[in-house]
Design a protein around this ligand. Structure first.
Ligand code: GLN
Length: 446
């Protein structure tokens, strides 16, 4: 634990992964565990973990990178926190992110920017940029992030690590500060595939406190992980290799396809014809749900209250105007508009129908294939400041990650080489609750 904090001290000025560090508590817990003897029944016992700052942690500041929650100290732990603590893992601190997980670069944080360890002029991706950079910079071996439309996989791709968005319902969302409830999932970011499977083992499972929690036993995701990909059928959607791909990203993906073939997999072209509508459907659904979820931040119940407010109306209006950043306000306006009577049928309802078509595309491919393979992102990490003022460009860059969230299927990003000196992410997608096949293939490729 001392070595972890020494590494953080050495790198944090440059990287900026953390909003809050809990060094004293972590060292104390490590000392207690040393005294008691590490519990050998859990392989992760005693290991350090970093937690994205939209996951509530009892007694530790939890801001979701928003000014709105600048002094919010939760009185309970998220279910995933209870689970990692029960496994004997030690939280080292809370990681930077885009405000309320809205963004793809970690630049919408109200507190700081986070840099990509491979090139400090580049973003680490987002919204789990702190979770990704902390692992990539060797500050901590594993972190938790959240993925609503790509926020685990895209930063994992940009920083050359392993990031898994589990099946919707696999991991409890209780204690996750909600962005878009029908899409949000918590998942692990790690350096290796096996580490990733071990953390997912730990955080998965039924939870009565999450109404969408999956009520079945969790398999051991490491069991059979070494079985290889011989005879496995992998589909590559032609839409995922179409226009807009950076040349080096395309090359890395084509090379990965060759590697899978050499390892004995059968790789063929497939089609996800509705995936091109993923971004508009996602931004309508996610913003609509966000506009509803964020109503609770009213200046009364949590965090920030405008000191200027004199009337009740002013408490709401001024607290929200001052407490939320630009991107969050944009989402609230977009969502409120999509849900308003007169526009609901044309926007929200249409987006829901589109979502069904996207889900059916996946179901159809999975009738004949074990996995879908493609790039995680069309391009490698972009420059800090390069896209944050162009929301449409930012939104369009989520084209390859949002379909898995809309369908609820599990998807991983694993490192697949470099393009212009920056990491390229390879995405593997499986049918609902089949994370095991993803890990098996990812492990063979790694
Ligand atoms: N970039 C997407 C957005 O801004 C995804 C965010 C996420 O997965 N939390 O909504």
């Amino acid at each position: 634990m001392k070595a972890v904090y020494a590494r953080i001290a050495e790198t944090e000025d440059k990287i900026g992964s953390f909003i809050t560090l809990t060094e004293e508590e972590a060292l104390e817990k490590a000392r207690e565990m040393d005294a008691a003897g590490i519990n050998p029944s859990n392989i992760l016992s005693g290991l350090p973990i970093g937690i994205k700052d939209n996951i509530v942690t009892k007694g530790t500041l939890t801001t979701a990178a928003s000014k709105m929650l600048e002094d919010f100290i939760p009185v309970y732990d998220a279910t995933v926190m209870e689970k990692v603590t029960d496994a004997g893992m030690i939280s080292v601190g809370k990681l930077n992110m885009d405000e309320f997980a809205m963004g793809g670069s970690t630049e919408t944080s109200a507190y700081k920017i986070t840099r990509n360890p491979w090139n400090l002029a580049k973003v680490p991706g987002g919204s789990s940029g702190g979770s990704a950079s902390a692992v990539a910079a060797g500050q901590v071996p594993m972190t938790l992030g959240t993925d609503t439309g790509g926020s685990i996989r895209q930063p994992a791709a940009f920083t050359g690590i392993v990031g898994m968005k589990p099946t919707y319902g696999r991991v409890s969302r209780f204690g996750l500060i909600a962005f878009a409830s029908s899409l949000d999932q918590i998942g692990p970011l790690t350096r290796t595939v096996k580490d990733n499977a071990l953390v997912l083992n730990t955080i998965s499972g039924y939870d009565e406190k999450d109404s969408m929690s999956y009520n079945e036993a969790t398999p051991d995701f490491t069991e059979g992980i070494e079985a290889g990909v011989k005879g496995m059928k992998i589909g590559v959607p032609k839409e995922y290799l179409q226009e807009g791909l950076e040349a080096g990203v395309r090359e890395a993906v084509l090379k990965a396809i060759e590697t899978f073939k050499e390892l004995g997999a059968i790789v063929e072209e497939v089609s996800l014809p509705h995936s091109k509508y993923g971004v508009p459907a996602y931004y309508i659904i996610a913003s609509s749900e966000a506009s509803s979820n964020l109503q609770r931040f009213d200046g009364i119940r949590y965090g920030y209250r405008s000191p200027e407010a004199k009337t009740l109306e002013e408490v709401y209006v001024k607290s929200r105007s001052e407490g939320f950043g630009m991107e969050v306000k944009r989402r609230i306006m977009l969502g409120t508009f999509s849900l308003s009577s007169g526009f609901y049928d044309a926007h929200f309802k249409k987006a829901g129908q589109t979502r069904t078509l996207i889900r059916r595309d996946f179901e159809k491919v999975f009738e004949g294939y074990d996995l879908i393979l493609g790039p995680t992102t069309t391009k490698t990490a972009f420059n800090i400041g390069g896209q944050v003022h162009d929301p449409v460009a930012m939104y369009l860059s989520d084209i390859l990650t949002v379909p898995a969230n809309l369908a609820g299927v599990p998807a991983i990003s694993i490192p697949a080489g470099f393009s212009n000196g920056l990491p390229v992410g390879l995405q593997l997608i499986a049918k609902h609750f089949d994370e095991k096949t993803i890990y098996q293939a990812a492990y063979a490729f790694e």
